[in-house]
Design a protein around this ligand. Structure first.
Ligand code: NAD
Ligand code: MG
Length: 394
């Protein structure tokens, strides 16, 4: 039963869900399912999982779907032939569909660099972005945010830390931020040292203590690269200087991040770790919607603790901080090398600690560009991928 809402006279927001079969995508559909009076699903996209895409399309009856893998196009088309759902295939279709007027809000939930082009297209198209795909801002944050300002497009964070900061900033538009503090769970290997990490395998690294997420971000959380990417994401989302972005390890993941203002006052946003909350907030902003998600209970025994990240062991955070301060194409190169490293680790081709070495060597190899044009970001991405891949022994 959809939960009743007071604002039922408002026209439904039309949602384009890019990356609907992923961890964020499926949780977004759970949120939407509870609020069908407020949201309609107009576009669904998936890369490989045709069966889930078809199942979602049959339930939510979108205007159109895109299956990224061309080989699966006919299968999806056949499965939806008795419906009104239009079916498109291939990478190019993602951008074409993003350029249509058929939706109000894009939930950008594709993983990795692949999310950049469709998201940028949606911004150019004047569509509100609910942004899960942090890599979009890591790669080309200056261009994306500049375009968003030009087109007056709100970019509302879905990433829990950034959603927390965004929520802390409501009503504070005229007040200066001294710094933001991103909380990090520390991942499954908190407290471990290199002599342990050298033997870590993919299945162990995929087990996150507090969150269930897609494979790439789970590995990024285990290496702390996720927090590094989030530092860069925060800089662009909130127009901060690199030195205003801080990280603290908070293993319980109850405080999702903090903002300190120039009077020293600190605001935090808290709750149980559940991505459905920031997803729902981004879709319904500026409203809050009632829901039945479990609540944090202060009466239950437990402690909220904080510690410094161990950057000697988790050197990815040092590399990402370097990219944050250096700017230019360095975050783009860091991201590309990281994607190659993570997928190589997931295929058991390289070890856990090799990921950092691969990223570091790629950052040293690709020439620095201070103010890249969009094409130059694409070139830096390709160059970094090729170089990083060449370092992986056959
Ligand atoms: P996932 O791997 O579970 O899902 C990724 C989705 O993107 C799938 O629908 C897949 O079909 C699609 N996709 C993958 N490769 C693609 C390609 N080349 N072209 C087009 N589509 C492609 O990932 P996820 O965990 O849902 O994460 C999605 C994004 O959200 C990531 O950028 C991640 O950093 C961010 N994020 C995720 C979480 C989380 O809890 N999962 C939290 C915060 C931020
Ligand atoms: Mg996060």
């Amino acid at each position: 039963m959809p939960i009743q809402n007071l604002h039922s006279d408002i026209p439904r927001k039309r949602i384009a869900l890019f990356g609907s079969t992923g961890s964020i995508g499926t949780q977004a559909l759970e949120v939407i399912r509870d609020h069908l009076n407020l949201f309609s699903v107009e576009i669904l996209t998936a890369q490989n999982n045709d069966e889930l895409l078809v199942k979602q399309a049959l339930e939510f009856e979108p205007n159109m779907v895109v299956i990224g893998d061309d080989k699966k196009f006919n299968k999806v088309k056949e499965a939806l032939k008795n419906t009104h759902v239009k079916v498109f295939g291939g990478e190019q279709a993602l951008e074409e569909v993003a350029a249509l007027d058929a939706y109000d809000v894009m939930l950008a939930a594709i993983v990795g660099f692949a999310g950049l082009k469709p998201t940028l297209k949606a911004v150019e198209n004047g569509k509100t972005i609910a942004l899960a795909n942090k890599e979009t801002l890591v790669v080309a944050g200056d261009i994306v945010m500049q375009k968003a300002v030009e087109k007056r497009v709100p970019v509302i964070p879905v990433d829990s830390e950034h959603s927390a900061i965004f929520q802390c900033l409501v009503g504070e538009t005229r007040n200066r931020i001294e710094k933001v503090i991103l909380t990090a769970s520390g991942g499954p290997f908190l407290g471990k040292k290199p002599n342990f990490l050298v033997n870590v395998k993919r299945d162990h690294a995929l087990q996150h203590p507090n969150w269930t997420m897609g494979a790439k971000i789970s590995i990024d959380s285990a290496t702390l690269m996720n927090k590094g990417l989030e530092m860069i994401e925060a800089k662009w989302l909130f127009n901060l200087k690199p030195e205003q972005v801080h990280v603290v390890v908070h293993p319980q993941s109850i405080i999702h991040s903090l903002v300190q203002f120039e009077d020293g006052s600190i605001k935090a946003q808290m709750g149980l770790p559940d991505m459905k909350l920031p997803i729902q907030y981004a879709l319904s902003f500026p409203q809050r919607l009632a829901n039945k998600f479990p609540r944090y209970d202060f009466k239950r025994p437990g402690q909220l603790t904080f510690e410094e990240p161990d950057t000697k062991t988790f050197r990815n955070l040092v590399l990402a901080t370097e990219a944050l301060f250096k700017g230019g194409n360095t975050p783009c190169v860091l991201n590309a090398a990281n994607e190659i490293a993570v997928y190589a680790f997931l295929r058991n081709r390289i070890g856990f600690l090799d990921m950092t070495d691969l990223i570091e060597r790629t950052m040293q190899h690709v020439p620095f560009i201070e103010k890249p044009a969009l094409e130059e970001y694409f070139e830096s991405d390709a160059e970094a991928r090729n170089f990083a891949a060449s370092l992986i022994k056959l």
